[in-house]
Write a protein of this length. Structure first.
Length: 345
């Protein structure tokens, strides 16, 4: 066996890696089943900070969403952006999109089209969300925004003056935002927002980032950075939390709309598995058959694929990593076997 492994053609390794990546992609694509995620405290903190934004002021939260990445990092970061916008929209936060990267506006438009336009068409541009586009200058832009936002951003991405946009009323600097949510692929990115915004003005900051960035940003959590998502694993965890929250929230609103009291609605929404059985009881007699069908579909139906990208990508990564670990172990076995054989000779 050792002799066989010593002379193994490397093309078999390439084939094994190809299968480890392609088979999970095909299986997940055909079945729609993803691996369950166990969120870490970092992802839970990210979600919680977005969820409670604006509560202290007792009003609709103003969330500054900075998408500082390009298509090269979209595989890791787009699932984070989609889930962030999904949570903000479901929570009723006002979203202010900007980017310090030249290709950032493309990422902003992608998130708006994929999430807001498709799943929240009731949201009104200029009232519920606005796209301020790209501004060159890296951290200098952040510094100026801390003093006077309108000195950097005079119009939105379409050229409309900020004074003509309803949701820009009262927004003059970074201190007017309840939260900064930043998705970063490098410089300028998470570190710059920590140094020149969160620390300078004591503004809550959550950040999602590529895997290579995460280690250098861990020291900022939880003081200067209240939530952190690292690489596709962090994206999958956050995605899992947001999907559960959105489904529960939709079911609760449907129950209230159909005349079910708030306490009962919250109890039922916290345990979605009981919804199909509950609809057959006398407590649901006031609901029409169509309303019951819609409720069951909301509670048990498939999650839209736009909000499963992170979890889907964990499958190929998991099996590829397992193969790499196995190959490392086999390599060490061969090494020590050769060493022992050479020593005994």
């Amino acid at each position: 066996m050792i002799k066989l492994l010593e002379n193994l053609d490397r093309r078999w390794i390439f084939l094994a890696m190809a299968l480890c990546v392609s088979v999970p992609i095909l299986v997940i694509g055909l079945t729609g089943v993803t691996f369950p995620e166990t969120p870490t405290p970092l992802a839970e903190a990210f979600f919680a900070e977005v969820d409670r934004a604006g509560e202290a002021n007792g009003r609709q939260a103003n969330v500054l969403i900075a998408l500082d990445y390009d298509p090269a990092s979209a595989g890791e970061l787009s699932p984070m952006s989609a889930s962030l916008v999904n949570q903000c929209a479901q929570r009723g936060h006002r979203m202010y999109f900007i980017s310090l990267w030249p290709v950032g506006p493309q990422m902003i438009d992608d998130s708006i089209q994929k999430v807001i336009k498709r799943f929240y068409p009731e949201l009104v541009y200029g009232k519920d969300y606005v796209n301020l586009g790209f501004k060159a200058g890296s951290e200098q832009v952040i510094k100026v925004m801390g003093v006077d936002l309108t000195a950097e951003f005079r119009t939105d991405v379409e050229g409309t003056m900020l004074s003509e946009i309803p949701m820009m009323e009262g927004i003059t600097s970074l201190e007017d935002f309840d939260l900064i949510a930043e998705i970063s692929a490098g410089y300028p990115g998470s570190k710059e927002w920590v140094l020149y915004a969160a620390t300078q003005y004591d503004i809550p900051l959550v950040s999602g980032m590529t895997g290579v960035q995460a280690p250098q940003n861990y020291p900022y959590y939880p003081t200067q950075m209240q939530g952190l998502l690292g690489a596709i694993k962090g994206a999958a965890e956050y995605e899992f939390i947001v999907n559960a929250y959105v489904r529960e929230n939709i079911v609760r609103k449907m129950l209230v709309k159909n005349g079910i009291d708030d306490e009962t609605s919250r109890t039922l929404a916290s345990d979605l598995d009981q919804i199909p059985t509950w609809t057959t009881t006398a407590a649901a007699a006031s609901m029409t058959p169509q309303a019951k069908a819609d409720l069951i579909d909301a509670a048990t139906g498939a999650t839209p694929g736009e909000f499963l990208e992170g979890q889907r990508r964990m499958g190929p990564q998991l099996f590829a990593h397992l193969l790499m670990v196995l190959l490392i172990i086999l390599g060490n076995v061969i090494f020590f076997a050769q060493r022992r054989r050479g020593g005994s000779a």
